[in-house]
Ligand binder design. Structure first.
Ligand code: AMP
Length: 450
């Protein structure tokens, strides 16, 4: 099957060919013809499957005839985070390069005045996070009565972030005669209710079993004492052949601490979390995408669903509180058919969280035990190391070499571990806001509190 058989027009086919896509992904093959028939759709697909193009491509085709009026957009895509909304917007730019469609990206942390100006000119496509959209709606800056296509992207993340009431509210402002597309990696009862309530005779397509990690990701765990975590992480970074990596922490203060510590140790690392100003978030992400930063230390909310191609590794500095987040985190690597590797540092206190993950992914995860790590010395020169430190520390490297040689030896010995799943998985939702990673601290399970 090729794109031409899916019913897309010549301008889109030209843009797709220029990007270099040769064949549609399974979700595109299944979803695009249904969307072009103006049917409602439930798409069960994770990020990394090409699902964004599976709705943006047919939307561009369908919106290509017609024009938007001032403050009356013709289509709306709701995304859970600013970064995901920005990613959808990039997709519209990329695929819509031979169309004259206008779009508005409405996310928090950016100037409302600028967004209002764009709305005034008229936008064919509105891409928004629920909070900012409701803000603008409540201020009378936007009318949703001309919306013909509504997309709810990453519905499971919306649920986790407490956005479902906002979405229900937004839908009441949109005409009943519309086409609705809902995408989710999993189909919890709340999502099914949402679909039953707001979709009309939808077609369902599914491309991967819910919450299963991509087969291209080799994911492993390492048992570690809490005090050794930093050093074990450093050793793993050194021993793996890393091009670039996401390093996930559960708490924002650890994101800051670890980003700084890795930078101080000479790694090319930066932090990304929801408390940072949006301009800094955008800049950091761009530096990572451009290869100027190799290690992106981040929180779940800030990095959720980010599409950065060719990420070689994921490190979970903390076991995520929510088992679904495990699948999302490790899915940042092994994308587009490439192989990837993920390591999770687990302490004895994490046993229940690990059991919930094992239950969710449906199989044991190979687990090693870290020998007691010591502070040791810094990383040897590796791609993950920053150029600045590589230059500046050349002279003092010989001094630390004897220690470094010992400490950078792999200290990890394999032990068999039987991970018995818990009878029922625990879920820890996050706050209904993009800054929601605060929640992880406030609602930390009691057994994890100090
Ligand atoms: P998504 O699941 O939408 O986050 O997309 C994952 C990645 O797949 C993105 O980097 C897309 O650019 C890429 N992609 C989407 N469709 C195709 C395709 N047909 N062939 C190759 N890559 C694709």
């Amino acid at each position: 099957m090729d794109f031409a058989q899916l019913g897309l027009g010549d301008e889109l086919l030209k843009a797709i060919a220029e990007i270099g896509y040769t064949t549609p992904t399974p979700i595109q093959e299944k979803a695009i013809p249904i969307v072009l028939m103006a049917r409602d759709l439930i798409g069960l697909a994770q990020t990394g499957t090409g699902k964004t193009a599976s709705f943006t491509l047919p939307m561009i085709e369908m919106l290509s005839s017609g024009r938007a009026r001032s403050r009356m957009p013709r289509s709306l895509v709701l995304a859970p985070t600013r970064e995901l909304a920005a990613q959808v917007a990039e997709n519209f730019d990329k695929y819509g390069k031979y169309h004259k469609l206008t779009k508005a990206l409405l996310v928090g942390g950016e100037s409302m005045g600028d967004q209002i100006k764009i709305l005034e000119k008229g936008a064919d496509v509105l891409i928004a996070t629920p909070g900012r959209l409701l803000d603008l709606f409540d201020r009378g800056q936007i009318l949703l009565s001309d919306i013909k296509i509504l997309v709810i992207d990453e519905a499971d993340r919306m649920l986790d972030m407490g956005f479902i009431p906002d979405i229900e509210k937004i839908i009441t402002f949109i005409p009943m005669t519309r086409q609705t597309l809902l995408f989710s990696a999993t189909m919890q009862p709340e999502i099914k209710n949402l679909a039953d309530k707001f979709l009309s005779n939808p077609k369902s397509v599914s491309v991967a079993p819910p919450a299963s990690p991509a087969a291209t990701v080799d994911h492993r765990m390492i048992e570690v004492a809490p005090k050794d975590k930093k050093y074990v992480l450093r050793d793993l970074i050194q021993r793996e052949n890393i091009k670039n990596a996401f390093v996930f922490c559960n708490r924002k203060r650890d994101v800051d601490m670890l980003g700084k510590w890795l930078s101080d140790k000479g790694f090319s690392a930066a932090a990304l979390h929801g408390d940072m100003v949006q301009s800094k978030r955008t800049e950091t992400l761009q530096s990572f995408k451009d290869g100027k930063i190799s290690l992106m230390v981040c929180s779940d909310v800030a990095a959720r669903g980010l599409d950065v191609s060719g990420v070689s590794h994921v490190f979970n500095y903390d076991v995520p509180f929510n088992a679904d987040d495990y699948v999302h985190r490790i899915g940042r690597t092994g994308r587009a058919g490439q192989s990837g590797k993920a390591w999770t540092l687990a302490t004895a206190d994490d046993e229940k969280l690990v059991a919930a993950i094992v239950k969710l992914v449906g199989r044991d995860i190979p687990t090693e035990k870290a020998a007691t790590a010591s502070e040791g010395a810094e990383a040897p020169s590796k791609p993950a190391r920053s150029e600045k430190t590589r230059k500046s520390s050349r002279s003092d490297r010989s001094e630390s070499h004897s220690r470094e040689d010992k400490s950078s030896e792999p200290k990890l010995v394999t032990v068999k571990r039987s991970s018995r799943p818990e009878p029922s998985g625990r879920r820890y939702p996050v706050l209904p806001d993009d800054e929601g990673d605060k929640f992880h601290e406030d609602n930390m399970p009691a057994f994890l509190r100090k």
